[in-house]
Write a protein that binds this ligand. Structure first.
Ligand code: ZN
Length: 139
């Protein structure tokens, strides 16, 4: 596991807050930044509105990406929650995100099956598989 992404504690907290708010439905969102560093966390709508999967409308992805461009960021990754299972990308996640959003895009999965103990893990998804990465907290 290497360090794939750097971010601040507030970014982690924002993803966890979103996950807890939307549970048991999975939440999702997009991360903007540059050079492997997150600058902003943008919530997106889970059009599946499901406890078992998520999907972001490609039009919303494009809109968020245009907003990043306007602010001088680029898209660096995604997040979504798992509300009843381990924070490991599912076969559906891999099928959906792998083709377009392989490395260097990162995929955070926020596990909130135990609401009092959220678990945050980050992954690369590519070639039909996932590999766990590390994140580094910065000031
Ligand atoms: Zn998932």
């Amino acid at each position: 596991m290497g360090i794939a992404i750097r971010l601040r504690r507030e970014h982690i907290d924002a993803m966890i807050a979103h996950a807890l708010e939307d549970a048991p439905v999975e939440c999702c969102g997009i991360l903007g930044g540059s050079d492997g560093t997150v600058h902003v966390v943008r919530r997106a709508k889970n059009v599946e509105a499901s406890p078992y999967r998520f999907r972001i409308d490609p039009l919303e992805t494009a809109k968020i990406e245009r907003g990043f461009d306007a602010d001088g960021h680029e898209m660096v990754g995604f997040y979504h929650s798992h509300t009843g299972s381990e924070p490991i990308p599912s076969p559906t996640d891999i099928r959906q995100m792998g083709p377009l959003f392989g490395p260097p895009f990162v995929h955070f999965v926020i596990g909130v099956a135990d609401r009092d103990n959220p678990v945050v893990r980050v992954w690369y998804i590519e070639d039909g598989d996932r590999s766990e990465q590390q994140y580094e907290l910065i000031d």
